[in-house]
Design a protein around this ligand. Structure first.
Ligand code: PLP
Length: 246
């Protein structure tokens, strides 16, 4: 397989920075999963990344994933990281091993129903809008705590942890505070549930080092790996959150 120097060099650079952040935090680099965010990337780019050893891929639209996954190597693990509309739950439950973007109780209920029909259990992360940005989806920390036991009682939904997107800021300390807040919230959730949650999905190309230092177990890297998305649209792209759909 032909692997472009760009992708390989980007990956080596990321691995070095992940290693350094882990060393600063006294963590094992094995405890951080690098997810390749392949939205807008063709199957060829996914195959290249897979050839370099990446196993976990993130997509933020069901339709795009549906068209792409079958054209990619078969051994990969796919997770949904973008807002899910309830009418696409059925496909999402079939396509993904995990839905990271569960942002409301009503969506969780719909996933539960679809998983029941598909005779499977769906692994999920609960997305939290830590900074309370009106442009972002996610539970407020208060709503999450209030609804956690109801969410946990859904028989076909298995909660593995929390996910967040930090607000973009030129100040590197701003995302750090959000990441720290999410970690504390995970501890609070573990107390409520009386069980450990394994995943803390936080950190993107621009802020993954502070996320790792604050306890991230999965970083979601798009542009830092693949370069800028050539077909990038305003919608769902980069640091600008997609506008909420009505
Ligand atoms: C696009 C996206 C990413 C990756 O962003 P980059 O800045 O390109 O690394 C991570 N998480 C979510 C939810 C995304 O939509």
């Amino acid at each position: 397989m032909v692997v472009s120097m760009g992708l390989e060099a980007n990956l080596r650079g990321l691995q070095e920075r992940i290693g350094n952040a882990c060393r600063r935090a006294g963590r094992d680099p094995e405890s951080v999963t690098l997810m390749a965010v392949s939205k807008y990337q063709p199957p060829e780019a996914v195959a290249e990344a897979a050839g370099l050893g990446i196993k976990v891929f993130g997509e933020n639209k069901v339709q795009e994933a549906k068209a792409k996954i079958g054209r990619c190597p078969g051994s990969l693990r796919w997770q949904l990281i973008g807002h899910l509309q309830s009418n696409k739950c059925r496909d999402a439950v079939q396509l993904f091993e995990m839905i990271q973007s569960v942002d409301s109780l009503s969506l969780a209920r719909e996933i539960d129903k679809c998983a029941q029909k598909a005779a499977k259990t769906m692994a999920v992360l609960l997305e939290v809008n830590v900074a309370g940005e009106s442009t972002k989806f996610g539970f407020s920390p208060e709503a999450l705590v209030a609804e956690l036991e109801t969410l946990n009682a859904l028989p076909r939904v298995e909660i593995h942890g929390l996910m967040t997107m930090a607000p973009w800021s030129p100040d590197p300390e701003r995302p750090r505070a959000v990441f720290r807040e999410l970690r504390k919230l995970k501890e609070r959730c573990e107390e409520i549930l009386g069980a450990p949650l394994s995943e803390l999905s936080m950190g993107m190309s621009g802020d993954f080092e502070s996320a790792i230092e604050e306890g991230s177990t999965l970083i979601r890297i798009g542009t830092g790996l693949f370069g800028s998305r050539s077909a990038d649209r305003r919608e769902g792209a980069g640091k600008e959150p997609a506008p909420k759909e009505l």
